[in-house]
Write a protein that binds this ligand. Structure first.
Ligand code: ZN
Length: 180
């Protein structure tokens, strides 16, 4: 089980390297993806994860499908048990931003590598990303809302940037002790 590294770890500050196209199908990359899926699955509140967050400085991130389900409001409680919905993460390898809107919005953001905090960031409202999936198929996806925010947050990770570098009003999450 790969631990999610925390903000002090220098790997989060590296500029991650591209995955050579011929390596996408390799055991090495497929096992990195497996580790990422497992690490994200452990985190109930996590919606996405970048490879450097498990200590691997490669340009890969994954997004949990629950983002799309919530975004598109097609979730039916009995039909989909999100907790068990493990392998349906979307994989983005060597993502490139091809378009961003000038219009921005202020959003609350948190990060699995900055546990216990959240802050307000300014993000472009719309973004288009080009990437390869886990089978080496190139695709383009335009996004708004939460998905656009995730794209920008994850691409920042691949460039060694954490949201706390540019967030305002960083606050501690108040945790309530569970009564047992
Ligand atoms: Zn993050």
């Amino acid at each position: 089980m790969k631990e999610i590294v925390q903000k002090e770890n220098p790997v989060l500050r590296e500029k991650s390297k591209e995955v050579p196209y011929k390596d996408i199908a390799s055991d090495t990359i497929q096992s990195v993806l497996k580790d990422m899926h497992e690490a994200l699955k452990e985190k109930e509140c996590g919606v996405a994860l970048a490879a450097p967050q498990i200590g691997v400085p490669l340009r890969i991130f994954i997004i949990s499908e629950k983002v799309f389900i919530e975004d598109e409001k097609v979730k039916k409680e009995e039909e989909i048990n999100i907790g068990n919905n493990k392998e349906n993460n979307l994989v983005y390898i060597n993502p490139k931003t091809t378009k961003t809107s000038k219009k921005t919005c202020e959003l609350e953001e948190a990060c699995l590598s900055v546990e216990g905090y959240f802050g307000t960031v300014t993000r472009s409202k719309l973004i288009t990303v080009e990437a390869y999936d886990e089978n080496g198929v190139k695709f383009t996806r335009g996004a708004s809302g939460l998905l656009a925010q995730i794209f920008q947050h994850e691409i920042d990770h691949l460039n060694g940037i954490l949201y706390i570098d540019h967030a305002r009003d960083i606050q501690k999450v108040e945790t309530q002790k569970d009564e047992e």
